[in-house]
Design a protein around this ligand. Structure first.
Ligand SMILES: N[C@@H](CCC(=O)N[C@@H](CS)C(=O)NCC(=O)O)C(=O)O
Length: 206
C-alpha cells in the first residue's frame, strides 16, 4: 500500500507548518528528507520551483507550496484548521500569509548571508529583510495580545504558521537578536504551542 510522502528539509519552516498540520490531523505520511540546496537534490523533479515542502499523495498526485498542501490536508481529515465561513477563512489565511512572509524574509537573509560570498552581500537588502521580520513580529504581537490563539478559541493554521516562523527565527537569528526577550507575547505563545507533540517533535534541526 502506497503511503503519502512529504518531501522536506529538517530546517524548513514551511515544511514544519505542513508536518504540524498533518500530525494534528493524524494523517499518516512518510517523511523524505531532500535538501533543495544540495547539488544532487531531486526536489526539482517534483516541484519546478525546486522548493520544499512537496506532498506526494497515495495516488501519485504532487502538491507543492505549503499553503496549498495545508488546504489539501484540510479536505482529508479533522480537526478543521480553517474556519468554514469564507470571510472568516480570509482572516486566518491573512495571518498565515503574514507568518509565511516572515519566513520568506528570513529565508532571503539566510541565502544572502550564508550562500552568497561575503564581498557580494548587500547591506541594503539585509536591512530591508530584517525590517520585514521585525515589523511582521510586532504586528503578530499586536494581533495576539492576551489571547491564547490567533483566531477563535482553538488551534488554527494561523497558530501553526506563526509557531513555525518563530522556530525558524530562533534557529537562524540567535546571534542577531533575542526574539523571546524582544517579543514576550510571542514567546509566551510559542511556549504554549510547544506543549503540543506536533510542535515539540518538529523543532528544526541543523
Ligand atoms: N512558498 C513556499 C516556500 C517554500 C520555500 O521557500 N522553501 C525553501 C526551504 S525553507 C526552499 O525550498 N528553498 C530552496 C530554494 O529557494 O531554492 C511554500 O510555502 O512552500
Amino acid at each position: 500500500m502506497q503511503k503519502n510522502k512529504l518531501i522536506v528539509s529538517l530546517t524548513s519552516p514551511y515544511a514544519r507548518k505542513v508536518r504540524i498540520a498533518a500530525l494534528e490531523k493524524k494523517i499518516d505520511f512518510e517523511m523524505v528528507v531532500d535538501v533543495p540546496w544540495n547539488e544532487n537534490t531531486g526536489v526539482v523533479k517534483k516541484n519546478p520551483l525546486g522548493k520544499v515542502p512537496v506532498w506526494v499523495a497515495t495516488d501519485g498526485d504532487t502538491i507543492y507550496d505549503s499553503r496549498v498542501i495545508v488546504e489539501f490536508l484540510e479536505t482529508m481529515d479533522s480537526p478543521n484548521l480553517f474556519p468554514e465561513d469564507p470571510k472568516e477563512k480570509i482572516k486566518v489565511k491573512q495571518i498565515e500569509s503574514l507568518a509565511d512572509g516572515i519566513m520568506d524574509a528570513s529565508l532571503c537573509l539566510f541565502a544572502e548571508r550564508k550562500k552568497r560570498p561575503k564581498e557580494l552581500q548587500h547591506q541594503w537588502w539585509i536591512d530591508r529583510q530584517f525590517g520585514k521580520v521585525h515589523r511582521g513580529l510586532a504586528e503578530l504581537e499586536k494581533i495576539l495580545g492576551n489571547k491564547d490563539y490567533f483566531y477563535g478559541a482553538d488551534l488554527s493554521i494561523a497558530d501553526i504558521a506563526v509557531a513555525s516562523a518563530l522556530g525558524y527565527i530562533g534557529l537562524r537569528f540567535s546571534e542577531d537578536f533575542n526574539w523571546t526577550e524582544k517579543y514576550p507575547i510571542l514567546s509566551r505563545f510559542y511556549s504554549s504551542m510547544m506543549k503540543r507533540h506536533s510542535v515539540s517533535s518538529t523543532v528544526p534541526v541543523l
